[in-house]
Design a protein around this ligand. Structure first.
Ligand code: AQP
Length: 332
């Protein structure tokens, strides 16, 4: 059976990159797949967190999933720390993962910075926990943004190595689903950098909870170049900031970049930015309003997470028991 698994870290607010690169695709995929969506709070621990903020963000990301259209009746929504099998399988898989594979991970190099020896072991081992998140459900498909492609390839390598080692076809090799026009949304301040929660400048991203005035201000301040919008999508290739804004517009409007350019070719960015603000506000305001409504009843959010954790636990515990049997760990 086809099953998707994906997750987001409860570190700060979700932004337009998280929405267009992942969350929005999850909403359409829930009709085709058995769907498991996680708030990956254990991953958040790879960098320092304030405990109260982490708790609040975990509920807020849950609210964002539901407000964006994930149906908690049809999908499993839960926080990673509530299902112990993720951590247990991560240990087992880490004993099957050569360090050379982890040494290739570019995200570790970026996040650890210059003082790599001070980085937490968890930051280094993060991709193994991510492989465990997916494999503990024997997920077949994983919808993510482009930045997660390398981690997904590692998860496939780990699954394949486990299968070969024990002469089994136990884990399906999970397929990445990198979908839509905006698989890598870039910073509004620098078109060569990914839009990211951890960017110091709040002007670099549009948060799902930004109000209309804030969205308008951020889009107005977004870096562009002096040229008008071109006629052909290929002509955006060497114009990263222009390309990014057109990509965002086309993804929000559900049209191709070429269709967007057919509407705006020859215009200056000032006019195009006005249309982008209107579109972004129209698409994001209902999500933000619904998030606020959901966050006014955290008891209900916790109830949804509890039900989700029970369902996730039932699947994960059964798979983990099979894994223990395969590798010879006694279950008295
Ligand atoms: N800029 C992006 N464009 C498209 N997709 C993106 N994703 C993240 N940024 C972009 C996708 O969102 C999902 C959840 O990401 P996450 O919260 O687990 O992790 P992240 O990559 O750590 O998010 P950030 O904003 O980039 O945080 P920092 O700054 O901490 O690194 C994933 O599917 C991801 O691909």
């Amino acid at each position: 059976m086809n099953r998707i698994f994906s997750g987001m870290q409860p570190t700060r607010q979700l932004h337009l990159g998280n929405y267009l690169g992942a969350l929005r695709n999850w909403v359409s995929l829930q009709d085709q797949f058995e769907s498991i969506f996680c708030i990956v709070d254990l991953h958040a621990l790879t960098l320092p967190q304030d405990p109260a903020v982490l708790l609040g963000n975990t509920r807020e990301v849950t609210a964002a999933y539901i407000a964006a259209g994930i149906d908690p009746e049809r999908c499993v929504i839960f926080n990673q720390a509530a299902v112990a099998a993720h951590s247990e399988l991560a240990w087992i898989l880490s004993c099957h993962t050569p360090m050379g594979w982890l040494n290739r991970m570019t995200q570790f190099k970026e996040k650890a910075g210059k003082h790599r020896e001070n980085a937490a072991l968890g930051l280094y081992a993060y991709p193994v926990l991510m492989a465990a998140d997916i494999l503990v459900y024997k997920a077949t498909h994983v919808p993510v943004g482009e930045d997660q492609k390398q981690h997904l390839e590692l998860a496939r390598d780990i699954a394949g190595a486990f299968n070969r080692n024990y002469n089994q076809e136990f884990f399906p090799l999970p397929e990445p689903q990198i979908l839509g026009e905006a698989t890598r949304v870039m910073s509004l301040r620098d078109g060569t950098k990914k839009m990211s929660k951890s960017d110091e400048s709040d002007y670099s991203r549009i948060n799902l909870t930004d109000d209309a005035d804030t969205i308008a201000l951020k889009v107005r301040k977004a870096k562009t170049d002096p040229e008008p919008l071109p006629e052909k999508a290929e002509d955006l290739e060497k114009r990263p900031e222009a390309d990014n804004l057109v990509t965002i517009y086309s993804a929000l409007a559900d049209i191709s970049k070429q269709d967007a350019l057919d509407q705006f070719a020859g215009q200056q960015f000032s006019g195009f930015k006005g249309a982008l603000v209107d579109l972004a506000v129209a698409k994001l305001a209902p999500i933000s309003t619904e998030m606020n409504r959901l966050m006014s009843d955290v008891g209900e959010i916790d109830r949804i997470l509890r039900i989700g954790a029970d369902k996730a636990n039932a699947i994960a515990a059964a798979n983990l028991a099979d894994i223990k049997d395969i590798i010879g760990l006694l279950r008295p």
